[in-house]
Structure formats: structure tokens, C-alpha cells
Design a protein around this ligand. Structure first.
Ligand code: PEP
Length: 269
């Protein structure tokens, strides 16, 4: 299975100049890697960056002649296209601006914007209708983790996939990102054994919803950095990483990609 390394830039960086510097650095380092004689494109992860909406056009223009994808962090739940929704940007507009995927269900949006299950379902529906892929983020709080309730909490979050019409048509456009809330931005990570157990449970659960979801990549996210990526990359249960803080540094981001590249080469024997 193709692995993925996705950078969630959140509300960073501050200026267009910095966006340009970051995309240029990612691009030149990636192209350098790609041009090396022993580059094996079948093992190299698919890269994607998700800048702020205001930076989407610049990032996608800067990366358009590469196969690095650009995604967005959010889409409107009010309409898939246009309309009188002040402050919103729709799936249609994101696609037109160069986005090809959107995050849905990130814990920061669930908590700071109180996004409900209905909102998440609507966003996924709008994304698929317009041709965007969905990186569906799920994760348990520290309280649920401490109570040993991680898997039931994740199943509860995943069950909304049952409400999506025509899921069969979209299975190739869903990535699941397991991101423990207590791990995001904290430097704390679960053990690889815990992550593997959770990813196996996710796969089993989503396959029960729809057999086509057996092939949905399952990424780990939460304080992944250049120093700890190897352990995730070496696991056959981890199909990539959703990276926040470390994705704002081109060297660190590409180093995480390298870990998944090497991990995949080793897994492929
Ligand atoms: C995230 O917000 O999706 C994330 C994984 O953040 P960080 O890597 O900074 O923990």
C-alpha cells in the first residue's frame, strides 16, 4: 500500500514570504531526492501539505509541477459550492484553488469549533461530491486513554462513516488518521505496540462498515518528528504520518518522509 506523509500547517506560517520559503525548500529537497539514481518511487511516500486556506493558492502554485499534493484543513459545512456564508470556503472553492484533499474531524476543530457528527458527515459528503479526498481524523482524549476506552471511543467516531451515501464510490478517497488528542503538540506518543493494536482495531471496524475500506490507509499523528518516525515507519500497520509541528521545517518533514521510505523498502524486503 502507498504510504503517506502529510503536513498539517495549522495557522502557520505568518507570512506569504515564509509560505514561499517553506514550499520552495520542500520542493527542492524532494526533487533532489527524486532525481537520485536509486530513487524508488514505489516505496517513497505520497507527500501532501495542508496550509491555511489563505495560503492554499500560493502553496499549490509553488508545488504544481511536482507530485506533492496540497490539501486544505477545513471546508464549509453550509454549502459545497457558493452562497451567503460569511467567512466560509467551500469544497468547490478549495478544489479550484488547488486543494485535492481536506482534513475532516481534526481534534482542534472538534473542540475549538464544537464540530458535531452531523457537521463532519456533511463536510465529508460535500468533499466527495466535489471530488476532494478526505483525511478523517479520530482520536481519544487522555481521560478515555487512561480508562482504557480508546477503541470504543474511536469506533464511536468512525461509525459516522455508515451515514455516508455511496461509500463504495469513494473508498479510494478516504485516509484515516489516528491522532490521540493527548499526543497532539505535546511531545508524548503512545508506544508502537499501542498504535499497532489501535490501527488493527480501526481496520477491522471500518472493514465491517464497508469491505472496500480495508484498503483505506491508516496514518498515525501526534508529535511525530524526525527522531521518532522510524518506529512508526517500520510497522506494517502504520501507513504513514499526519505531522503538525515538524512539518513546518522542510528538513524535518523530508526526514520523516525518508523514514517511511526506508520503512517501506524494508517491509517490501
Ligand atoms: C496534528 O495537529 O495533526 C499533529 C499531528 O500535530 P503535532 O505533530 O504537532 O503533534
Amino acid at each position: 500500500m502507498q504510504s503517506w506523509v502529510i503536513g498539517n500547517w495549522k495557522k502557520n506560517p505568518a507570512t506569504l514570504t515564509e509560505v514561499n520559503e517553506l514550499t520552495s525548500a520542500i520542493k527542492s529537497k524532494f526533487l533532489q531526492k527524486q532525481s537520485s539514481q536509486d530513487f524508488d518511487s514505489t516505496c517513497y511516500p505520497q507527500l501532501m501539505v495542508a496550509p491555511s486556506t489563505i495560503h492554499l493558492v500560493m502553496a499549490s502554485q509553488s508545488l504544481e509541477d511536482t507530485n506533492i499534493l496540497v490539501g486544505c484543513q477545513d471546508i464549509s459545512a453550509k454549502s459545497a459550492t457558493i452562497g451567503a456564508y460569511t467567512g466560509d470556503s467551500s469544497a468547490q472553492q478549495m478544489l479550484n484553488a488547488g486543494g485535492s484533499w481536506t482534513l475532516v474531524g481534526h481534534s482542534e476543530r472538534r473542540s475549538y469549533h464544537r464540530e458535531t457528527e452531523d457537521t463532519l458527515i456533511t463536510k465529508m459528503r460535500f468533499a466527495f461530491e466535489q471530488g476532494l479526498g478526505v483525511v478523517f481524523c479520530i482520536g481519544e482524549t487522555i481521560e478515555a486513554y487512561d480508562l482504557g476506552k480508546t477503541i470504543p471511543v474511536l469506533e464511536e467516531q468512525l461509525q459516522i462513516l455508515k451515514s455516508l451515501p455511496n461509500l463504495n464510490e469513494f473508498f479510494a478517497k478516504i485516509i484515516i488518521a489516528y491522532e490521540p488528542v493527548w499526543s497532539i503538540g505535546t511531545g508524548k506518543v503512545p508506544s508502537i505496540e499501542e498504535v499497532e493494536k489501535v490501527h488493527q482495531a480501526i481496520k477491522q471496524y471500518v472493514t465491517g462498515i464497508n469491505a472496500s475500506l480495508a484498503d483505506a490507509p491508516i496514518l498515525y499523528g501526534g508529535s511525530v518528528n524526525a527522531d521518532n518516525a522510524d518506529q512508526f515507519a517500520a510497522s506494517k500497520w502504520v501507513d504513514g504520518a499526519l505531522v503538525g509541528g515538524a512539518s513546518l521545517d522542510a528538513d524535518k518533514f523530508l526526514s520523516i518522509a525518508d523514514s517511511f521510505y526506508q520503512g517501506k523498502q524494508q517491509l517490501n524486503g
